[in-house]
Ligand binder design. Structure first.
Ligand SMILES: [Zn+2]
Length: 445
């Protein structure tokens, strides 16, 4: 008897109870997922396929990779050096974070990029959007080697007391031309903050981005002093100004978006802006963004960690903080604890993040979508029983992620990172920390 030839694909995940994160947030039980040439080829009981690489997902839950839609890879070496009291040093980004980045050596920049990418793989972050740093090209190369998706840009500003750290729109244009706007690692534009940017820099950045078909990352409506600044400078709130100038579009990644008026939210809805809620830092430092209102208006809200210096890069933690705080603020006063659904938070951290960075065919486990999938190992005391895998964010942390696949390539398998030398990076980070402390030790208390 002749047996039919099995079709060979790059990677197959077997025996999975998968969180698809499609619009109905379906859980598909006992299925296989075949990935070939970077895309999900098929899902179901796949007896006719054979994988060059096969992962047994028994006891594990696959879901689309997380997207950290607002992060600062070049601040990761500050981890554990900033106390909550430092937030009183207002504004901390201008008084502490920008001086730290401005004084960073290239050696520290390389290590920061390596440590950030390593952390992201470990925590199941398959794609990130950097809001701008000192060595984006270095970050691009390291991201490429690590195997995840990244959006890279210079920290862009031309007004502050750190002239040595000014970066112009032309430098981002060179990055965009070098890295392109369609690959796994892409260059894009950014404005650090309107308060540290001239009108000319803002206008040029948006014009270049439009001409190059590139995205733009912006800290916006981040703090009260920024709203005051905009009212004094333009007689308008920050988003009103951008709207009047015609700068708002779906190419804009709008980090924080915490202090928005209802009119500004309407402007987001009308133009397709992608706000990024950074739960831990928004709750600690800013305010409650109107996330339920924005979601109800069809706005694509994503989630960001705001970098690893305060609370690490854990999207499950961010989802939990977002859930507790937003339901507390918008639900509890009305005795309506279901004002936001668990699936909405998971979708913000996956599908919405991919849409924000311009990956329209990613962020769901669905044939034709990109093969970016993470596996959570649920064979642990704190994850059994787990009747509905959709309840994972309530119990899991990023440390429960055991396998990471991007573009169909396995980057972490059974808890082992395959694309980076974890031991060497951790050793170097420990060695370099006294030199960082020497420069910034006075912030530790
Ligand atoms: Zn930020």
């Amino acid at each position: 008897m002749k047996t039919a030839m099995k079709e060979l694909v790059d990677t197959i995940i077997r025996n999975a109870d998968a969180l698809t994160m499609d619009e109905e947030a379906r859980v598909l039980r006992h299925i296989d997922i075949a990935i070939n040439k970077g895309y999900i080829k098929d899902i179901g009981i796949l007896r006719d396929y054979e994988g060059t690489e096969e992962l047994d997902a028994t006891g594990k839950v696959p879901l689309p990779g997380f997207v950290d839609a607002h992060t600062h890879p070049f601040q990761i070496l500050l981890r554990g050096s900033l106390s909550l009291k430092d937030l009183n040093v207002h504004p901390i980004w201008l008084k502490v974070l920008i001086p730290f980045e401005a004084g960073m050596s290239e050696e520290e920049g390389i290590l920061s990029a390596q440590l950030a990418c390593l952390n992201m793989i470990r925590k199941g972050i398959t794609a990130y959007a950097d809001s701008g740093g000192p060595y984006p090209d270095v970050l691009g190369h390291i991201t490429d080697l690590a195997g995840i998706r990244g959006r890279i840009t210079y920290s862009t500003m031309d007004k502050s007391s750190f002239e040595s750290y000014y970066h112009r729109a032309e430098e981002n244009r060179a990055l965009v031309r070098k890295w392109g706007t369609s690959g796994r690692v892409q260059g894009y534009y950014s404005i650090r903050e309107i308060m540290t940017s001239s009108d000319e820099l803002i206008e040029k950045t948006f014009r270049y981005a439009e001409e190059d078909g590139a995205r733009i990352h912006l800290h916006i409506a981040e703090e009260f002093s920024e709203v005051e600044h905009a009212l004094n400078r333009w007689g308008e709130r920050p988003v009103e100004y951008l709207y009047r100038k015609g700068f708002l579009s779906s190419r804009l990644i709008a980090a924080h978006s915490a202090f928005l008026s209802d009119y500004e939210i309407q402007m987001y809805a009308e133009t397709g802006v992608n706000p990024v809620h950074c739960p831990t830092i928004n709750m600690t430092y800013m305010t409650f963004p109107k996330v339920p209102h924005m979601l109800n208006m069809g706005i694509n809200v994503a989630i960001g960690s705001d970098g690893g210096s305060y609370r690490g890069l854990d999207m499950f933690t961010e989802i939990n903080v977002a859930m507790a705080s937003l339901i507390g603020n918008y639900g509890t006063p009305y005795y309506d604890f279901g004002s936001l659904k668990l699936g909405s938070f998971l979708r913000m951290a996956t599908r919405n993040g991919y849409l924000a960075i311009g990956e329209n065919m990613a962020g769901e486990i669905r044939p034709g979508y990109k093969g970016d999938i993470i596996l959570v190992d649920t064979r642990k005391a704190h994850l059994v029983p787990l009747y509905d895998p959709a309840s994972l964010p309530l119990f899991a942390t990023g440390n429960d992620i055991s396998d990471v696949i991007v573009d169909g390539r396995v980057l972490m398998k059974g808890g082992q990172v395959l694309t980076m030398d974890e031991e060497a990076i951790v050793k170097k980070a420990r060695e370099i920390s006294p030199q960082i402390m020497e420069r910034f030790g006075w912030h530790i208390n």
